[in-house]
Design a binder for this molecule. Sequence first.
Ligand code: UDP
Length: 458
Amino acid sequence: MEKRRRSSTVHVLAIPYPSQGHLNPMLQFCKRLVSKGLKATLVITTFINNTMHPKSDSVQLDTISDGYDEGGFGQAGDVQAYLTRLQAAGSETLAELIKRHESAGHPIDCVIYDAFLPWALEVAKKHGIAGAAFFTQQCAVNYIYYYAHHGLLTLPVQSLPVSIPGMPLLELEDMPSFMYVHGSYPAYFEMLLSQFSNVEKADYIVVNTFYKLEEKVVDAMSKVSPMLTIGPTIPSFYLDNRVQNDKDYGLNLFHLDPSVCLEWLGKKPKRSVVYVSFGSLSNLGKEQTEELAWGIKECDFDFVWVVRDSEAGTLPENFMEETSNKGLVVGWSSQLEVIASEAIGCFFSHCGWNSTIEALSLGVPMVAMPQWTDQTTNAKFVQDVWKVGIRVKMDEKGIVRRKEVETCIREVMEGERGKEMKENGIKWKAWAKEAVCEGGTSDKDIDEFVSKLTKTLC
Ligand code: UDP
């Protein structure tokens, strides 16, 4: 272990998996740490840096290579190839980055690594640096993977329902999709289980959730894996407003024209619009998109639908013309500003964890249409634990039909259950805010993290 030179301010280096849903929470955590006196650097890939030229005020940006500097994930062609080179090139360039900061006089004191990237902890430890595992997914999902990694859950799942401490009983469709559809995306599944391969060497475990949201699971999992709950990591403007200039995430991997949606929504009555988004990665396919489109049209509410440019070809012919007086289709939105708008009555979502915790924090009821990975488990909790949404049902082909889309939207927008969801949403909104306000559970855990790191400097 090398002897390291110290500076007077704690310097953390955050390394997210290079996708939107991981960059957002880790960037936000960095902003929070800076507001508490730390210096923070967020690591992005050379590819993201060269294509998006992101800028950040309080948080410094630096780069490592994922091995695909010209085309990122798209250049790799398949998941296994991408993850293998990300680890090899990432480890090498991370080591160089750490040395560069050391010799420039602002050495790294703690590497906050995305739990998807356990190799980053090995690099940190090799350089004598503390490591904090950052889990971007909900605690319940982490605990399910913990169970699977430690052989406490036999795969493929044999005995149903699955019983894990702190959670409701889980049916197969409530499990993360890599278990629900056993054998799907083996490389991703291996990566998710490997989150626990070396985590006992981490000095801290931080999770993007808040205590009240997952109280029972956090209590149960903390017995085997103590953690700090530091979420929700949404911009401070929507919660405690204590972090300066923190109104948006500020690092979009997609082209954004924020004014389009907001101007359009500004003219709509309160809670009259359905917002539809499936995040940054989902590909619904042509048949499903068509069913969704006609379901949205049939229920006759105004809508904003995010259809990424890569997906635009799956929209049915004539859909745009037939709905031009009711809907707005955009390639990317400033999602938080959109769902914070009073005009939004329902968030039709794939239930990515960020989208879910954003909806909870802003009190917006949801229609949950999970696609894969943790979204299935998130949807279970949205409907049955937090009771802020309704989950769509698929037919035997795995397609959600237009009638089901319409029924679910109507239920949330104008049904009795929708009213309850809205009331529950208001409670979760208040609890999310309470968690990050001074003295709240997340605020205290963040303070503990900061104070322990600061003590190591003294
Ligand atoms: N998002 C956005 N604009 C969009 C769609 C999504 O800013 O049009 C943001 C959203 O607010 C969230 C992130 O992108 O913070 C998506 O993360 P999530 O975990 O919900 O889904 P993923 O993209 O990882 O599937």
